[in-house]
Ligand binder design. Sequence first.
Ligand code: KG4
Ligand code: ZN
Length: 328
Amino acid sequence: MEKNINILAIETSCDETSVAVVKNGNKVLSNIVLSQIDIHKEFGGVVPEIASRHHIENISYVFESSLKKANVSMEDIDYIAVTKNPGLIGALIVGNMFANGLSIRYNKPLIEINHIVGHIYSNFIENEIKLPAIHLVASGGHTTLYYMDKNMNIEKIGETQDDAIGEAFDKIARVLELEYPGGPKIDKLANEFIKENKKSINEINIKIPNMNGFDFSFSGIKTWVINYVNTLKMKNIDVNKSEIAYIVQSNLIKMLDFNLSRAMEKYNVNNIYVSGGVSANKGIRNFFKTDKKYINKNIYFPSIEYCTDNAAMIGCACYYKLINEKRN
Ligand code: KG4
Ligand code: ZN
C-alpha cells in the first residue's frame, strides 16, 4: 500500500452536505459540513425533495471549500469515497453523481461506503482502536449493535424493530412542542432538570420492551409520552417539559444499557464504541463514562463534530476498507 493516502470523501445521505479530505485514515485535513437544519426546521423534519435541491446547490461550493481548507488540489487525492446508502435516495444521488463526475474527470478510483459503517469508523478518527469490540450506532435513522472482530469484520447482532432512537427523541420533542431536531433540546432540558432537582427527582421507570436477543424498540416510549402529556392536559396540570425530558432520557439510557451490558458479557468484550448523532447526547456520554458497570471497560465516543453526519467518517471508513482489502 502507498505510504500516504489522501481520500476525498463526500456525504449527502440526509440534510448535511459534507466534503472532507482525510489523510491516512485519521488526519482530517478538512471536514466541511453545510447543514440544512434551519431550512427543514420550518417543516418539523427533513423534507427529502428540499434536501436534494439544496445538495445540488451547495455541493460544488462545499467541495471547493474542502480542498482549499485542506490546502490540496485534486492531483494530491488518491481515492474518492462517497456514501452509497442507506439514506434519502434523491440526496444520495446528488453526492454519487458528483463523486462519479470527479472520478471520471480526474481519473481517481471511486469507493462506495455504507453510511452506517461510516458512523462506526467515526470513532477511529481520534480514538485508539481496541478490538474485538461492540459498536452501537445510534442516529436519527438507525439504532444498531455490531460485533467487530480483531480483523474489523462486523456482524450485526441487534437493531431497532421500529423507530430509531434519534427518531424517538425527535418525535417526542414534537409532542413537547420543541423545535426540530428535538434530540439536543431534550438533552439540554433533561440536564437542566437534573441540576435544578438533584435531590427531589421522582424516578419513573418505563418498562424495557421485551425484544429478541439484542433488538431494540423505541416506539412504546413515544406512546407513553403522548398518553402522559394528554392525561396532564385533561387534568389541567401544567406540562413540565424538562421533567418529561428527564424521564425520557433516563429511560432511553436504561434501554441502551440493557442491551449493551448483555452484549458485552455474551461476546466477552471490554471495548465499546458509541456513534451516530445521538452519541452527542450529554446524558448518554455521562452515564456510560461513570456507571460502575462500565468503569473497568473502554468506552469510546467520537468528538461532537464527528457524531452527526459528516464526510470525515466516510473518508476514515474508506481508508480501512482499502487497508483490509489489501491484507485479505
Ligand atoms: O447521525 P445523524 O446526524 O443522522 C442520521 O444518520 O440519522 O443523527 C441525527 C439525529 C437526530 O435524530 C438528532 O435529534 C439526534 O441525532 N441528536 C441527538 C443529539 N444531537 C443530535 N439526540 C440526542 N441528544 C443529542 N444531544
Ligand atoms: Zn448518520
